[in-house]
Design a protein around this ligand. Sequence first.
Ligand SMILES: Cc1cc2nc3c(=O)[nH]c(=O)nc-3n(C[C@H](O)[C@H](O)[C@H](O)COP(=O)(O)OP(=O)(O)OC[C@H]3O[C@@H](n4cnc5c(N)ncnc54)[C@H](O)[C@@H]3O)c2cc1C
Length: 304
Amino acid sequence: MKKVLVISNDNVKRIGELKSVAKILGDIHEIIVITLDKNKKQIKGEWEKAWITNEMIGANIIESIIELSNSVDYIISSGDLGLSISPILSVKIDASLITEVTDVEKSDDTIIFVHPIYGGKAIAKYKAKKDKVVVSLRENYFDPDPLEGETEAEELLIKNKKVELLEVKMEATEGISLEDASVIVSGGRGIGGKDGFKELFELAKLLDGAVGASRAAVDAGWVPNSLQIGQTGTVVAPDLYIAIGISGATQHLAGISNAKIVVAINKDEEAPIFSRARYGIVADWKEFLPIFKEKIKQLKENEQ
Ligand SMILES: Cc1cc2nc3c(=O)[nH]c(=O)nc-3n(C[C@H](O)[C@H](O)[C@H](O)COP(=O)(O)OP(=O)(O)OC[C@H]3O[C@@H](n4cnc5c(N)ncnc54)[C@H](O)[C@@H]3O)c2cc1C
């Protein structure tokens, strides 16, 4: 009987994704949840054991995680949290390490971990060689488990605190996060400035989506860093990705390899983004967007 330890942020979707993978990997599921909520005592879902901590700093919780890892076969986490704790954890407990996992295949007793390489142009499959395995998942690639019931959590004992966190300033974000958005309207250098992005925010609102950006738009200071999509930004997997004034550099495409439908609006018909797009509009976005928005408004009105 394999035992799985899940480490997650306090986000039901993330916990659900991890639980769905935990079910493939083993039968006994334990969880550590890291949360800012000081009053939280219950974790969604049924867990054999649950711990909770307000400690956000990896260096401070790693020893406690190592201790709990001794009695389990798999330690799984996801996103930035997964990428920050998994490498050190695997070295400390002498485990196999597999990161950025986007699929898990099980046949008989063999478990294969899948992970995209070369910016999503190819996929690699891995089998763990050690008895203990540390896995970190990409967010939004697994159907979240519906998480029935709740489990009472105990406080995670933190020993040997190395760093003190003085303050957390949450960035004020409106609407849906990029990771959770099923529609993303993304702008690049071709948008030309902050005013142009206002129009993208309007379009995203109409479509109940979120706004993303290329690195060029972020570097120009038109939108915050947190909106950057790509190799060095967020990796997203929306149903619909609308790329406006984005050329489609490989580093940008690396962030949208799992987007289901890509629509590109670009005035250069040779722009590489068109080779990734299912639908392409060769136009100046300033001329196209007002017509597009008007059409969406009409369709929404007709729906009501
Ligand atoms: C190590 C490294 C990591 C990187 N990581 C990332 C990353 O995570 N994400 C990322 O995005 N980039 C990343 N980059 C940068 C990447 O290589 C590109 O430089 C960047 O993606 C280009 O952004 P862009 O498409 O907005 O700009 P450009 O390449 O300049 O393209 C602008 C596009 O807008 C079109 N356009 C202009 N005006 C209009 C108009 N009025 N209407 C319609 N279309 C118009 C143009 O035809 C052009 O195709 C990285 C680079 C490196 C070296």
